[in-house]
Design a protein around this ligand. Structure first.
Ligand code: GDG
Length: 489
């Protein structure tokens, strides 16, 4: 039977029984902000939140996360809790408050200057700093203390998310071994040669192995993890059971490819709001009705291959100038981690690159690249997908990538194509995408031309297959499979 919102709802009680469900992540699903003196909320940009909010709406429970909005404190109760989604509350959000030093050391420091480049093969060197590591531990402990306070002596399942909280499983189990804990990594696990340079590697591996279940997007990341443990620790690595026993505790390792709420994304693509947003955006970008539109949507991050994508577009117009004025590339780039020098530099590099490429190819009425930085609502993002004849997804390395799946879900009329980097987790599932190596500019440019010229019937056939895959392997299946696996344990 296919997994849907309803079937997850029906099965969830059976799976988690009377246990309290707690999700722990760095990023909160709703951020409250002051805007012109009034309190508003936004949903932050980022894959983990996009994926987990629909699950929590169904499963209820408490989501514990860092309260990062400047009005976050105004809306919570004495326990620092607020019910969300604000317009139609379904579950509790418990906010954790961090000092500037903690945020700098733990988030901008150890998580994003050490772990992020360590786990992504994008040729960015990780930078390890003792003080940042100390803050990382302090913040993980803060999460542990808060969760233990919520749980008290109840039965609970704690579902830990991502690379910000790698020590949390162990910290929780040390205080309460009856807790069931699982950790899901949204980013890739690197091969052992890459990971072994990390000075804190043993503490990190011990933190993870204390959990009952460890989830990665794809099997390759599971094998990398097991191989890392085999080489670094005195642990029993069991390939049959795909588990690791360390200090008498067995942790199971499994692949769960994350996804989106396909039905919801697909339905909203046909809404009046999206139609209206399309009209507005077309007017704003002054795009001709018969122009071929390509779209990209990424956080501005060096792993996402945005520079490589724009360089490929540049090469495309150099090689095939007959397409000038007939093809436009719209890139939405959300500012991300701007306190880190590398991200600031990338943002400037992109400014210069877009200016240069536009200067080189523009005509009086047309520019090849439109770069949008402003935050877009979900409706606008869906409108952008719906308008686009092709979606360019070109990360140098990506755990999964949800943008390509969202684009596929928005294409109810089957008129669209996905150019996908072979270095994404999504590439393993989406066999009918058109694959590119983002480092190979020449070939990327040629592939863009091939997609533009591909017969409509061929594109539709591919899109149909892609939609079947994403519809079947949706976010409810991801959550359901994860929880079922936990039940087996
Ligand atoms: C990590 C892993 C993995 C983007 N701009 C806007 C906006 N977005 C939304 C997209 C999408 C999400 O942000 C980005 O998701 P990704 O999966 O592409 O990437 P990461 O943030 O790097 O996520 C990744 C993911 O976790 C889940 O496990 O797939 O590999 O790196 O949902 O639509 N949303 C809105 N306005 C924007 O301007 N509303």
């Amino acid at each position: 039977m296919p997994w849907t919102k309803k079937s997850l709802k029906n099965r969830i009680k059976k799976i988690i029984g009377n246990r309290l469900l707690i999700i722990a992540s760095n990023r909160e699903p709703y951020i409250h902000l002051y805007r012109e003196g009034k309190i508003e909320y936004i949903r932050p940009v980022g894959g983990a939140v996009t994926a987990l909010d629909p699950v929590m709406r169904v499963c209820k429970g408490t989501w514990v996360a860092y309260g990062s909005g400047n009005a976050d404190k105004e809306v919570v109760d004495e326990k620092s809790e607020v019910r969300v989604p604000p317009e139609n509350p379904k579950y509790k959000l418990r906010r954790i408050w961090l000092t500037k030093e903690e945020e700098n050391g733990y988030y901008y420091g150890y998580a994003n200057k050490s772990l992020w480049p360590l786990c992504h093969m994008a040729y960015a060197r990780p930078n390890f700093d003792e003080v940042e590591w100390a803050y990382y531990k302090i913040v993980n402990q803060k999460f542990a203390d808060t969760i233990l306070e919520i749980v008290k002596n109840k039965k609970a399942f704690v579902w830990i998310q991502d690379y910000h909280l790698l020590l949390l499983g162990k910290m929780l189990k040390e205080k309460n071994e009856n807790l069931l804990t699982a950790h899901f990594l949204h980013i890739p696990w690197p091969n052992p040669e890459a990971f072994r340079v990390c000075p804190q590697k043993i503490e990190i591996l011990e933190g993870l192995l204390a959990n009952d279940l460890l989830g990665f997007h794809i099997r390759y990341h599971c094998s990398n993890f097991m191989e890392t443990v085999r080489l670094e620790m005195e642990a029993r690595v069991d390939r049959e059971r795909t588990s690791v026993t360390y200090g008498g505790h067995e942790a199971f390792i499994r692949a769960f490819p994350i996804s989106i709420d396909f039905d919801e994304n697909s339905k909203s693509a046909d809404s009046k709001e999206v139609e209206a947003a399309m009209k507005r955006l077309k007017h704003e970008f002054s795009t001709e009705d018969n122009a071929f539109l390509m779209v990209g949507l990424d956080r501005i991050d060096y792993t996402k291959g945005i520079v490589e994508k724009i360089q490929a577009v540049d090469r495309f117009f150099e090689k095939f100038p007959e397409y000038k004025g007939k093809v436009t590339f719209i890139q939405k780039g959300g500012l991300s981690r701007m306190h880190i020098a590398k991200y600031k530099e990338l943002n400037e590099e992109l400014n210069n690159l877009v200016e240069e490429v536009n200067w080189k190819h523009s005509t009086e009425k047309w520019s090849p690249v439109i770069f949008i930085r402003k935050h877009m609502t979900r409706t606008e993002v869906t409108a952008l997908y719906k308008m686009a004849d092709a979606c360019l997804v070109s990360p140098l390395h990506d755990g999964m990538n949800l943008v390509c799946k969202e684009y596929i879900a928005a294409k109810n009329d089957l008129n669209g194509a996905v150019l996908l980097s072979q270095f994404t987790g999504a590439a393993r599932e989406l066999g009918d995408a058109i694959f590119v190596n983002p480092y190979d500019r020449e070939n990327f440019a040629i592939t863009i031309k091939e997609v533009i010229e591909m017969p409509q019937a061929e594109k539709q056939k591919r899109m149909k297959n892609l939609r079947n895959v994403v519809k079947e392997n949706n976010i409810y299946k991801w959550a359901g499979k994860f929880l079922e696996e936990l039940k087996k344990i």
